[in-house]
Design a protein around this ligand. Structure first.
Ligand SMILES: C[S@@+](CC[C@H](N)C(=O)[O-])C[C@H]1O[C@@H](n2cnc3c(N)ncnc32)[C@H](O)[C@@H]1O
Length: 495
């Protein structure tokens, strides 16, 4: 682990006490040694040490495997780098990675606070907070409920290949490798991807490999639920097609999946999105339903949850159930408190805890997800929830100002990988009614680390971080992503 004192002094923290580590253009590099390997997906070292005999055997086998197999193996090593380890071994690797992250955070906080600072008394494993054992995923293989497949040149050069990318755009060596062999993808997703490829190969128009080079057919996203319902979403670059030509393409696609060879996929719904950007929201370019049910539903924690094509939903449903239970237990929310669910997606965290809280306030950027949350509340008879659509950094400061002071607020934040906007951290930090904060992060070593430090550092008027600092009390890793190095980390902060 890098020496935190050295890092802080390198960025000038001690010579200029107002300068905190995040004031540098680049945050201190936490990903040197271990974190680098653990999170960039390079597990070769771990695998070789753990399986010297297996590795030798695999090396020998490589002489005999075809080129096709080696592409697949390479893809598996990139997308699911832990796939060669038993699940028990995977959990050990992941637990160690999460422990390093918590240790790194605590080291920063100790330096910032000094010896008399705001850190809890030492616990176990040299940590001041209580790090719980990792919670395993109830499903290890084929757990994904959503997969997004790209279209590009395959290893054999065919530009109408559906799969995952290997290589980088920067190096100009992108290859699209069929991915039905990946351990985390369920058969249904692979089946739809294979039939999309069949469709592309018989289509009269070309796929879109590079935006400026023309072509139309782009990504496929498949969503499934526990009942086996399947939603497919296909993105299409319209280039210069007329409305009539566009309509004709939609009809061929729909016919293929309803009456043609693709009918075996038994899709519950098929969406088509015209998209001229890497990704478009429903507002930017509406998802057009070509046939079937507009939504997919999931039963979770006693709720029937509606999920729209544009809404985020945790990709491992059984694992998500354990994640939400963990959040509920750590939050300690009760009838005297308001639950604030920031970056709430379809609202599941707040809705599942609504019966324990006096009120739930949810904030979410994606409008379709907010509509889902409102629908789910109404359908399940939950009446004490309010959901706000928009950017948390815009909505939260005003929302917190409008709350009466008599109720405590328990905040749960579950941001995207980019972490929370600084104004959200400020609003939480400066709201005295928030004594408990549960922070859920799937990338705690990234931008979220900056958020943790800002929540826990001594008051800093230059940064408008005036309220009492939070203290990290508990950390619970929950594995939602077997075979990959990723993990959800649930952190309980109180003050
Ligand atoms: C990791 S997901 C968590 C969703 C939800 N808590 C769940 O468990 O399903 C992060 C969510 O944050 C939302 N989001 C991203 N940026 C946001 C912002 N600036 N303000 C509010 N929500 C945002 C995303 O749309 C996404 O739904």
């Amino acid at each position: 682990m890098p020496n935190p004192r050295l890092l802080l002094s390198r960025v000038g923290f001690f010579s200029n006490p107002r300068l905190l580590p995040w004031d540098t253009a680049k945050p201190p590099d936490l990903s040197q040694s271990f974190l680098g390997r653990a999170h960039e997906g390079n597990f070769t070292g771990v695998i070789v040490t753990k399986h010297p005999r297996q590795h030798k055997y695999q090396k020998k086998q490589r002489h005999f495997i075809s080129l096709h197999d080696s592409w697949q193996e390479r893809l598996a090593d990139v997308v699911t780098p832990l796939w060669r380890l038993s699940y028990e071994e995977q959990l050990k690797v992941k637990f160690e990675a999460q422990k390093k992250i918590v240790q790194t955070l605590e080291s920063y906080l100790q330096v910032l606070h000094g010896v008399s600072g705001t850190v809890a008394a030492p616990h176990s494993e040299g940590l001041h907070c209580h790090l719980h054992p990792i919670i395993p995923s109830p499903i290890i293989d084929g757990y994904r409920n959503k997969s997004t497949f790209s279209v590009n040149r395959g290893p054999d050069g065919n530009p109408k290949t559906v799969g995952y990318y290997l290589g980088t755009w920067r190096d100009g060596n992108i290859v699209c490798v069929p991915c039905s062999h990946l351990k985390n993808i369920p058969e249904k997703h692979s089946q739809v991807a294979q039939y999309y490829e069949v469709f592309l190969r018989q289509s009269s128009v070309e796929p879109c490999l590079l935006f400026h080079e023309g072509g139309h057919w782009r990504e496929l996203t498949v969503r499934t639920n526990s009942q086996g319902h399947t939603m497919a979403i296909i993105t299409f670059h319209p280039q210069g097609l007329s409305q009539e030509e566009l309509c004709a393409q939609k009809v061929t696609l729909k016919d293929f999946f309803t009456q043609g060879p693709g009918a075996v996929c038994e899709l519950t719904s098929l969406y088509f999105q015209e998209s001229t950007m890497t990704r478009c929201s429903h507002q930017q370019s509406p998802y057009q339903l070509l046939f079937g049910e507009p939504h997919i539903f999931e039963d979770l924690l006693g709720l029937k949850i509606r999920i729209s094509p544009d809404a985020f939903f945790q990709i491992n449903t059984a694992g998500a159930e354990l994640l939400y239970q963990t959040i509920g237990e750590l939050s300690g929310v009760n009838s005297n408190s308001i639950l604030l669910d920031i970056c709430c997606g379809t609202g599941v965290i707040g809705l599942s805890l609504a019966q324990c809280a006096s009120q739930v306030l949810g904030v979410e950027l994606v409008e379709q997800a907010v509509d889902d949350a409102r629908w789910t509340a109404a359908f399940n008879g939950v009446t004490n929830c309010e959901f706000h659509a928009g950017r948390a950094e815009k909505i939260l400061p005003q929302l917190l100002r409008s709350q009466k002071d008599e109720k405590l607020i328990v905040a749960v934040v579950n941001p995207a990988r980019a972490g929370l906007h600084h104004q959200v951290v400020q609003a939480i930090r400066n709201c005295g009614a928030i004594r408990t904060l549960v922070f859920v992060s799937c990338k705690p070593h990234g931008e979220s680390m900056r958020n943790f430090i800002e929540l826990c550092c001594p008051p800093n008027s230059a940064k408008k971080l005036l309220g009492e600092p939070f203290v990290l009390r508990q950390a619970v890793p929950v594995d939602l992503f077997p075979h990959t190095p990723h993990c959800e980390l649930v952190l309980l902060f109180t003050r």
